[in-house]
Design a protein around this ligand. Sequence first.
Ligand SMILES: Nc1ncnc2c1ncn2[C@@H]1O[C@H](COP(=O)(O)OP(=O)(O)OP(=O)(O)O)[C@@H](O)[C@H]1O
Ligand SMILES: [Mg+2]
Length: 249
Amino acid sequence: MAKRSDLEDRIRELTESVQARDAFIATIGHELRNPMTPIAGQVSLLLHLVRKGKPTQERLVAGLERLEWLIELYMKRATTLLDVSRITTGKLTLELTPVDVSEVLLEVAAALKPLADHARSPVNVVAPEGLVGNYDRLAVEQIVENLFSNAIKYGAGKPIEATAENAGDAVILRVLDRGIGISEADQARIFDRFERAVGRDERAGGFGVGLWIVCQLAEALGGKVTVESTVGKGSIFTVILPKAPRDGT
Ligand SMILES: Nc1ncnc2c1ncn2[C@@H]1O[C@H](COP(=O)(O)OP(=O)(O)OP(=O)(O)O)[C@@H](O)[C@H]1O
Ligand SMILES: [Mg+2]
């Protein structure tokens, strides 16, 4: 009898995981097609302006900036999908080299500036120069990028602070926002795959995989991620990364 119930549990688990995958594939189609509509629209608009005559320099720059922002959003979505498949198919390999964490924070903040400007949430980075650990650079970039983009997305248009500090044999990264916050019940599930605390259509969409990716990468580097948050006040995500991870590959 015990065996039968084991089998039933396993079938239930597999059914759930197939359903989650089907839902994910449906989401992919939706999420990759929809954002193309405003991109195509913006290109037509710019073409029309240029064909019609002499658009002012200002108008052209503003139009191209909007296009840049839309494309950046699109690429972020596509990258997220690639990350999920890299992790789930076990193709995540880490290449450990000396990585300057402060430099990564500044670079990612600069890359996400169009998103931050659009949301009116400036990202302020405070980190000592030359804070180096033995990491996979891409993994650190993805951790930071996911935490920044969440802070921007859920930050209610308020300033965001990012810090990195030297804790002896580890680096501690913190990303603080003053946005919508996360209830205690939701804090327990947001690190799982496909889990979102906000409704499906709320806040610029999303797959509910960003924090799962952050966790997987931090753990692969021998580190961990925690959250402290108060609804309506904001959230602080903390990532501890040992400077010389055991070979996590
Ligand atoms: N800084 C934050 N403030 C408030 N809620 C947050 C914050 N970061 C994450 N959340 C909540 O946790 C959920 C999971 O976050 P996660 O990054 O995994 O997914 P997502 O942002 O919804 O989608 P994506 O896959 O595009 O990242 C979010 O849907 C949101 O409800
Ligand atoms: Mg996210």
